[in-house]
Design a protein around this ligand. Structure first.
Ligand SMILES: *Cc1c(COP(=O)(O)O)cnc(C)c1O
Length: 247
């Protein structure tokens, strides 16, 4: 049915069917194919790239649709939204929640309770607070250090030069396990132009113990994940290409 079929539109607007929900499984399939192709072009196996479905702003039902299609890793930006969805979806086994948004220190308690991975640790005071909260809950959190490779004022992440002291600070946190680096590259029309920023994140990792110490590189989003895979991404964070545009 074409998207503007009046009968379908009526059903969508009445909530009988949801345009986006029905599209989740086929879109996920398409993204998986694109991942496999990009990995193959880079001489890598598809299993070397883990897809994190970014569900911010989308209903819990959209996550259920992705889950039914085999997706297990989900990323959320806002602490409160993450907690609400984790509670609404507590019946789903094996969900892995990634906190990926800029995080205020006073939200560390919420995040430490439900997230399995915090990808956006970008300063010592946040690491220390997450560690304190994780300790109180008797859990250990996997964390990535977010690096602002483009140096953009609008984005979170530490400066490349602050990476080493932050990694050292996290190493002193008994309840945090640093497993890699994350970045949000600048938006550039041609995603191939973003490659140098991804390469910069990889170089930073390689200068601090390499893959053996920090195995994960979380880089690449809907617009640029193929370029990120070419540069060694092990995790990609994809929202729009799976769940549709955010309102
Ligand atoms: C929203 C978001 C994404 C996903 O972006 P899309 O362009 O929708 O794929 C990935 N990472 C972070 C940190 C985000 O905030």
């Amino acid at each position: 049915m074409s998207p503007w079929c009046p009968r379908r539109q009526l059903a969508v607007s009445c909530g009988v069917i949801s345009e986006d929900l029905g599209n989740v499984a086929p879109r996920l399939d398409e993204v998986r194919h694109r991942i496999a192709s990009a990995a193959a072009r880079a001489g890598r196996g598809p299993e070397e790239v883990r897809l994190i479905a970014v569900s911010k702003g989308k209903p819990a039902e959209a996550i259920r649709a992705a889950y039914a299609a085999g997706q297990r890793d989900f990323g959320e930006n806002y602490a409160q939204e993450l907690v609400e969805k984790a509670e609404a979806l507590a019946d789903l086994d094996g969900l892995v929640w990634h906190a990926i948004g800029q995080l205020q220190r006073n939200k560390a308690k919420l995040v430490a309770r439900v997230a399995h991975v915090v990808q956006s640790v970008d300063r010592e005071e946040l690491a220390v607070e997450l560690d304190r909260r994780a300790a109180a809950l008797n859990r250990t959190l996997d964390v990535l250090i977010e690096v602002n490779v483009g140096g953009e004022a609008s984005k979170g992440g530490c400066a490349s030069g602050d990476f080493a002291p932050l990694l050292a600070a996290i190493a002193r946190c008994a309840h945090l396990r640093p497993i890699g680096l994350m970045t949000i590259a600048p938006f550039l029309e041609d995603p191939n132009d973003v490659a140098p920023f991804f390469a910069q994140l990889r170089a930073l990792r390689d200068a601090h113990g390499g893959r053996a110490v920090l195995p994960e590189l979380s880089m690449g989003m809907s617009h640029d994940f193929e370029a990120a895979i070419a540069e060694g991404a092990t995790w990609i964070r994809v929202g729009t290409a799976i769940f549709g545009a955010r309102g």
